[in-house]
Design a protein around this ligand. Structure first.
Ligand SMILES: NC(=O)c1ccc[n+]([C@@H]2O[C@H](COP(=O)([O-])OP(=O)(O)OC[C@H]3O[C@@H](n4cnc5c(N)ncnc54)[C@H](OP(=O)(O)O)[C@@H]3O)[C@@H](O)[C@H]2O)c1
Length: 492
């Protein structure tokens, strides 16, 4: 007797699913050969990148280009704000995404530039050059040791104050302290199809079918769930992250979604196995309404083949191999999903991010030693660097840099303000001296300032500090970054 609820099973789709997720390595190897090696190499490289994007402003400058280089070496994804894209490409190479813009023109600091960034390193500065002129590659300005009578080319108030204020305001709309963006479908970076694929009940004989695609700045997970052949689920899952995501220190996952009123599951995996333990969380959607769903790691339910596990190891956020979104007829241990409706479904996802993490600096500003010295009583001008002595002739360059710093300090963002002494083109790796109170004089290489910017990004202790930096005269003992940052006094 023919079973009543029986439909034609699609074996081809079954094989395709397993091949996509490399459960059948032989087939995925063949597919790779046919699809072309280059494309797959690109995919695996992009998967190995760190999550989140660092925006470097002033990326074509002496410090900025070195920050970009070091970030790329550390596997960060980097976006560069440049005033001229072809010049930017020449200086920065092709591993960085370029955005043409000008910090003095707020309209150029667009949401497309800001959405998805996790931090800004700001190395901009009003252009200074010798009055007699410089070479096209600015040798006289860059060497930083021999004195040339300087002049400013642009207006320091507009660049170093208004410009910084514009940048802070635009970035502040996107930066969220303690959060780490994992997927921003409003501004997707990789081809979605290289990361997410469907896993429907076809893997168990069912006929449900789903897909995920980018539509109107969201990822649309949609399809049809059928209960035929004892099936009843559709899902999309990421291929394993390589290396796995490290979400240690975060409390959970936050998702912005618009659904159809059904109950969905969000699933995390902390093992690389295809058929391992899934850590699940059920969430209800509201029909046609955007909501933020919070998925605390400590509320995840360990499940293996639809059965909850009593003695499963706790979810390990430091090794997240895959994410999955699912619509299922079932809840857990055979219980039914009370909001489930067979047939068509649609869930739109705007962002997926980790929340509740350790707060690290998100706005790093390269300012200058001396910004508080113009007009300071008792100052011996003879001993001061040219920018302090000539602040008035240089359009109040340091006064406006200080105002720019104030805009950063007042932004509410976790910031680090680095005030280098005279910048040089000498090699890096010197012992650095940090100080606060704006009293030190000396020099420091742009290489070391660039490294300092990159180190600060990873240092919770570098939040809410302003400090001066120079290289030690006798570099006999070098302090580690932890100790250097630990000694700084925070501003709040
Ligand atoms: N020279 C020193 O001894 C010294 C000492 C202490 C601190 N500092 C400060 O340290 C910072 C970095 O120095 P540096 O030598 O790397 O400077 P730099 O080579 O002159 O670089 C400045 C960067 O800012 C960009 N920029 C200028 N105006 C801009 C605008 N309106 N919009 C967007 N980008 C803009 C420039 O872009 P373009 O390439 O398009 O011009 C360039 O990429 C500066 O703030 C500088 O004032 C310098």
């Amino acid at each position: 007797m023919a079973e009543k609820n029986r439909s034609q099973w699609d074996g081809g789709r079954f094989v395709k699913t397993l091949a996509y997720f490399e459960v059948i390595p032989f087939i995925s190897c063949l597919q790779r050969l046919f699809a072309g090696r280059a494309q797959n190499q690109k995919a695996s490289q992009s998967r190995a990148k760190r999550m989140g994007v660092i925006l470097v402003a002033g990326a074509t400058g002496g410090v900025g280009k070195r920050v970009v280089r070091r970030l790329i070496e550390r596997n960060y994804r980097v976006w560069a704000l440049v005033r001229n894209a072809s010049r930017g490409r020449e200086i920065l190479g092709d591993q960085v995404e370029l955005f043409e813009g000008d910090i003095t023109i707020p309209e150029t600091l667009t949401p497309a530039l800001m959405n998805g960034i996790s931090a800004v390193v700001c190395c901009t500065g009003v252009r200074v050059q010798p009055i007699e002129g410089d070479t096209p590659t600015r040798e006289k300005y860059y060497q930083g040791i021999k004195f040339y009578m300087p002049e400013v080319v642009d207006n320091p108030e507009i660049v170093d104050y208004q410009g910084i204020k514009n940048l802070v305001q635009a970035a502040g709309k996107s930066l969220a302290p303690g959060k780490q963006l994992l997927f921003d479908f409003q501004n997707p970076s990789d081809d979605l199809k290289e990361t997410w694929g469907a896993v429907d009940d076809v893997v168990m004989g069912g006929v449900s079918e789903s897909s995920i695609c980018l539509i109107d700045n969201t990822a649309l997970f949609s399809g049809n769930v059928s209960t035929a052949n004892s099936g009843g689920f559709a899902s999309v899952r990421t291929r394993n992250f390589n290396p796995p995501l490290d979400l240690a220190g975060y409390e959970g996952i936050e998702m912005r979604v618009k659904g159809d009123g059904q109950r969905y599951k969000f699933i995390l995996r902390s093992e690389s196995k295809w058929d391992g333990i899934s850590y699940c969380y059920s969430f209800d959607t509201e029909k046609e309404r955007w909501i933020d769903v919070h998925i605390p790691f400590n509320a995840l339910i360990p499940v293996f083949r639809a059965r909850t596990l009593k003695d499963a190891p706790a979810f390990e956020p430091s090794h997240v191999y895959a994410l999955q979104l699912m619509l299922s007829k079932f809840e857990y241990d055979g219980g039914l999903n009370p909001k489930f409706q067979p047939g068509g479904f649609a869930l739109e996802v705007e962002t997926i991010q980790a929340y509740g993490g350790t707060v690290r600096p998100q706005f790093i500003m390269v300012s200058s030693a001396g910004v508080t010295r113009p007009g300071r009583p008792g100052l011996n001008l003879e001993e001061e660097p040219p920018a302090v002595r000539m602040n008035d002739q240089l359009g109040g360059i340091l006064t406006w840099k200080l105002r720019g710093e104030d805009a950063v300090r007042q932004s509410g963002l976790p910031y680090t303000i680095i005030r280098p002494c005279a910048l040089t083109e000498e090699s890096g790796g010197k012992t650095l001296v940090f100080d606060q109170g704006d009293n030190i004089r000396g020099k420091v290489s742009r290489e070391d300032i660039a490294e300092l910017c990159v180190q600060a990004l990873e240092q919770p202790k570098a939040c809410h500090v302003t400090f001066e930096v120079k290289e030690a005269e006798n570099s006999d003992r070098s302090l580690d970054w932890d100790t250097l940052f630990f000694r700084l006094t925070k501003e709040k």
